[in-house]
Design a protein around this ligand. Structure first.
Ligand code: SF4
Length: 415
């Protein structure tokens, strides 16, 4: 893709520390899985991780594993194995790739981390339906496979205003998890420990927000494609001091870039917003495609999903309920439209890329007139690319390249 153009993309030094963090994270899980201690809880990516961590569980996130299946381009070949069990090719390709990998006995962890041969076994699986229903079915399948208890939080979706009764209903559901989780953990719940974890998670969230907001500088020191990888610690490690330390260093590096006016993409001419899931198997190709056109895809709804500004250690359950309900993916179209418009303004965006991810309607927001409505109110044009997060059969590289090149030309003509 885009072989003829000179591509200048600058690597961040902190990326190595993030890679080391992820290695440490998976080795710790692997050791626990082999020895049986500490206990392991599986959690959805925007699920109640703080509760689990505060109760002494190591927390494993199957979505991150499936994103690795996508990034290593293993996913596409594994999906049919899950289809054969009755999981449709049209549903979440995180789910189908991940279950397919398990059925085939393969994992990218074994390729990347020497000595790890499989995913960690769950002692309990905890989901939150705030993002979609697929996670519940996904976890239910594994719960049965490992004969492990399954529990969850049922969050309302298509939420306009996040009201008191709504928060209350989620907070009470979270509280109800405590008894069964303490029994499985074999130790009592300590509120002070939850407060400590929530405080660290909030600190992580604040740092991650500042990291993403550095992209408002011109030129931006960060790209969406870098952020999609750098967000690993925010997803799997929020609530730990290690994550806070990593992000303090990353933020310092980005601030240094800003001072030196050093952009992540050489000669940044167009500022682009990415709406929707990444195409994990094309992260690098897309990064090079845009950089080759002097376009920086510098901000996204997706990476913002791990900002939990409502978290408050003095009001643990209510604040977790609010943080996990006010997320973009949970909200109504009107709330989403306002959010994107605010982002376009904050990051001084020239154009939007909508990714129509065929197997994830939940993170696809271009099917009901949103691009047209937003262009009318903000004047910012957009391009929709057809694709998927994991299933590479659902995209055409040639078409994406042609459409993106034409879109950037269109931005140039508007100047
Ligand atoms: S939000 Fe989309 S990608 Fe994530 S688990 Fe649900 S269907 Fe899959």
């Amino acid at each position: 893709m885009n072989e003829n153009k000179k591509v200048v993309r600058k690597k961040l030094k902190s990326a190595a520390a993030v890679s080391k963090f992820m290695a440490d994270y998976y080795y710790e899980l692997n050791a626990a899985s082999e020895s049986g201690s500490p206990k392991i809880a599986w959690c959805t990516s925007v699920g109640p991780a703080e509760i689990l961590r505060a109760m002494g569980y190591l927390v494993y996130f199957p979505e991150t594993h499936s994103a690795m299946l996508g990034a290593t381009r293993m996913a596409t070949d594994l999906i049919p194995a899950a289809n054969a069990l009755g999981y449709s090719p049209d549903i979440c390709s995180y789910l189908t790739a991940d279950i397919g990998a398990f059925l085939k006995g393969v994992t990218p962890l074994a390729k990347v981390y020497e000595g790890i041969s499989g995913i960690p076994k769950p002692d309990v699986l905890v989901f939150n339906t705030n993002q979609c229903r697929d996670v519940q079915d996904w976890f239910a399948w594994y719960g049965e496979k490992f004969d492990a208890p399954l529990m969850g939080v049922y969050t309302h979706r298509n939420v306009g205003n996040v009201t008191g009764p709504l928060i209350d209903s989620i907070a009470r559901q979270m509280e109800e998890l405590i008894g069964p989780l303490a029994k499985i953990a074999g130790k009592p719940f300590e509120l002070d420990e939850l407060k400590r974890v929530v405080a660290l998670s909030r600190e992580c969230s604040e740092l991650w927000k500042k990291i993403l907001e550095t992209a408002a500088s011109r030129p931006s020191p960060l790209t969406f494609f870098d952020a999609a990888t750098l967000m690993g610690p925010a997803v799997v490690g929020r609530g730990t001091q290690y994550t806070v330390d990593i992000y303090q260093d990353l933020l310092a590096e980005l601030e240094e870039r800003i001072q030196k006016k050093e952009g992540a993409v050489g000669d940044e001419s167009y500022r682009i917003y990415w709406e929707g899931m990444p195409v994990w198997g094309r992260l690098r190709a897309h990064s090079e495609l845009f950089a080759g056109l002097k376009a920086n895809v510098l901000a996204s709804t997706y990476c913002n999903s791990w900002i939990f500004s409502a978290l408050n250690p003095e009001d643990t359950f209510n604040s977790m309920a609010q943080a996990y309900t006010e997320l973009f993916v949970v909200r109504s179209d009107a709330a989403k439209q306002k959010y994107i418009a605010d982002m376009l303004d904050f990051y001084k965006i020239d154009g939007i890329i909508y990714h129509d991810a065929k197997t994830c309607p939940n993170n696809t927001n271009c099917r009901y007139g949103m691009p047209q409505r937003l262009e009318k109110t903000t004047g910012v044009p957009s391009l929709t690319i057809q694709g998927d997060l994991n299933d590479l059969r659902l995209l055409s590289d040639e078409q994406t390249q042609t459409n993106v090149e034409a879109f950037i030309e269109q931005l140039e003509e508007r100047r």
